[in-house]
Design a protein around this ligand. Structure first.
Ligand SMILES: *Cc1c(COP(=O)(O)O)cnc(C)c1O
Length: 348
């Protein structure tokens, strides 16, 4: 059975978190002389001289409406990448503990493991890009703290079988992280609803993809209140800056536009897949639940370099295990996709 106290690092259990000026006085006042800010203002049109809300309350309230999760079950990070790092720092003892990764998958999990001196045990996906549940079970030992599952998966684009994830959730006494960065493009439903079922589930999403806000750096983690409390304790006090909080809040009012874009993008993705299939150098296109497609070609490096010559950049994933010969292509605007196809016509 999952018990957070069994997997929390001792130093984090005992950690007295930094208490900021805004933590210590939360009410309304007319004169704030408690945070050494510049009371004169900012040398800008807009004032950013005050520290931002450390708990991002307004953004979380809006996300709570959209996602149907109480604000106390939401953590915001400076990108999902910060949430990933905080999970390592909260639960994994450097040089002792390990995590399980299922490549080919998002590269940051391994980088974060390496930064934190945590062993990354790799149990590759099957040929169908699904979990090797038995292999994962065998790789788990008493020091296994986290298992990262990206669904829809980057770079393969497919969703991971729900039953397999649930099997792991039900049997693993550490935390399962389900990274749903691409969930808005997927036919599968989110795991957020499963939070009430599994105390060891962390679902990650981001404003960087479907929401079109990669430059703001806002990532979300949804989990039990006790996991969220730990993450809040470990995070830097003001990890989401004021501009990002204000703009994210504004953007989150615009759900209609985002939903329209998602529809358009999916139609473009299907069109792109159909057209790409006609090229001789395309061997296979994997079914995608994301805003990109993984395309197996006869010569990934050659096509990549050819496209670069025309100012079009795709991602060469041919060196990644189980992705031999493959390019990862993000779906662009109709114009961009058309240019891509026209350019590929010139490749012999
Ligand atoms: C793009 C991406 C993210 C997003 O990271 P941010 O730090 O929120 O921009 C997270 N996970 C996966 C798998 C991604 O592909």
């Amino acid at each position: 059975m999952f018990d957070i106290n069994n997997i929390l690092r001792e130093n984090i259990k005992n950690l007295v978190p930094y208490s900021s000026a805004r933590d210590e006085f939360k009410g309304e006042a007319s004169i704030y002389l408690d945070a050494n800010e510049n009371a004169f203002g900012s040398p800008l049109d807009k004032a950013y001289n005050r520290y931002p809300d450390p708990m991002q309350y307004q953004v979380k309230m809006r996300l709570s409406e959209i996602k149907g999760v109480p604000a106390r079950n939401i953590f915001l990070g400076n990108g999902s990448d910060e949430a990933i790092d905080i999970l390592f720092r909260s639960f994994c003892n450097p040089g002792v503990d390990n995590v399980i990764l299922v490549p080919p998958t998002y590269g940051m999990y391994e980088v974060s493991a390496n930064i934190n001196d945590v062993e990354a045990r790799k149990v590759p996906l099957t040929e169908e890009y699904q979990l090797n549940v038995e292999g994962i079970s065998e790789a788990i030992d008493k020091n296994t703290k986290l298992i990262f599952i990206c669904s829809p998966n980057n770079p393969t684009g497919n969703s991971i079988n729900r039953d397999d994830i649930e099997t792991l959730l039900a049997n693993f006494s550490g935390i399962i992280v389900v990274d749903e960065a691409y969930i808005n493009f997927s036919r599968q439903k989110t795991f957020i609803q499963e939070l009430t079922e599994y105390a060891n589930l962390v679902v990650m999403q981001t404003l960087s993809k479907a929401w079109g806000l990669a430059g703001l750096r806002v990532g979300m983690a949804f989990a039990s209140e006790e996991i969220i409390e730990v993450m809040n304790k470990v995070k830097p006090p003001y990890n989401i800056n004021e501009a990002s909080q204000q703009l994210a809040l504004q953007a989150l009012q615009n759900t209609d536009l985002v939903n329209l874009w998602i529809k358009e993008l999916l139609a473009e993705r299907d069109k792109l897949v159909l057209k790409l299939k006609d090229f001789d150098f395309v061997l296979d296109i994997y079914p995608s639940d994301a805003n990109f497609i993984l395309v197996k070609t006869t010569d990934a490096k050659g096509i990549y370099n050819f496209l670069v010559g025309y100012g079009i950049i795709v991602r060469d994933r041919s060196k990644v295990e189980l992705c031999q010969g493959s390019l990862r292509i993000t779906v662009g605007t109709p114009d961009e996709n058309q240019k891509l196809l026209e350019t590929l016509q010139l490749y012999k």
